[in-house]
Design a protein. Structure first.
Length: 231
């Protein structure tokens, strides 16, 4: 079952004995076309069967789908693993799309899906399906989770490529701005110090220039007098 994604699990959990293709759309906040595509993908993967009938098309979870749900229930009773903490950390960092978490952690879709389900089952994470996509949300319990590993992964989740710097968290922007401001202030203070020293030197030259000029005139007069005496 390596082809499992979290949206498959989210959809399976919403299917009950009364589910039909026609009535399933409102349950997942999706159009009929989006719903048909999602259910079609589940059928191709073998997780559901769709029976054609006059008026409505009942949706039934297949044996493969039931096996997946049982496996999930067993898995969700286990303690949180490092992968689970990494997933939770990314959600804390603002990542809402399971596919993006899969890409950021470089972990296959099935393991990410199982981790999200475990976190949901333990009350750390909630989710909603809308417009044929899943959006992940923190619960109060997940928000208050104070594991150091979660903090570390939450910080990593805030990192962005240079092209996404404009979308960086305000705290990070402020920190960068503060560092740049510190550098600017340092340069300005150095330049100011150099200018002050130069002004002091020029002031000293201006103050002593009359003494210097007087000394030059006196030396010239003495030299001329000595020349006349020699002649």
């Amino acid at each position: 079952m390596n082809d499992v994604e979290f949206i498959d699990i989210a959809l399976l959990r919403k299917i009950d004995a009364e589910t039909t293709v026609e009535s399933f759309g409102p349950k997942i906040n999706s159009t009929f076309f989006e719903t048909a595509n999602l259910l079609g993908a589940l059928k191709i993967k073998g997780f559901i069967d769709i029976h054609s009938s006059i008026g409505n098309s009942p949706v039934i979870i297949s044996e493969r789908g039931k096996m997946l749900l049982k496996e999930l229930d067993v898995f969700s009773q286990q303690n949180l693993s490092r992968v689970d903490l990494a997933v939770l950390g990314n959600i804390k960092g603002g990542i809402k799309d399971p596919k993006q978490i899969e890409s950021l952690l470089n972990v296959n879709a099935r393991d990410i899906a199982f981790s999200i389900y475990k976190l949901h089952n333990k009350g750390f994470v909630d989710y909603r399906v809308k417009n044929a996509a899943v959006e992940l949300l923190l619960t109060t319990k997940g928000f208050e989770q104070d594991n150091p590993d979660v903090k570390m992964h939450a910080i990593k989740a805030e990192m962005r490529s240079p092209a996404e710097v404009v979308n960086a968290p305000s705290e990070l922007k402020n920190k960068i701005a503060h560092e740049l401001a510190k550098e600017d202030i340092t340069v300005d203070e150095t330049a100011s110090a150099n200018i002050t020293e130069m002004d002091r030197l020029l002031a000293n030259i201006a103050y002593y220039k009359w003494y210097i000029m007087g000394g030059v005139v006196l030396a010239s007069a003495v030299a001329i007098a000595l020349l006349l005496l020699v002649k």
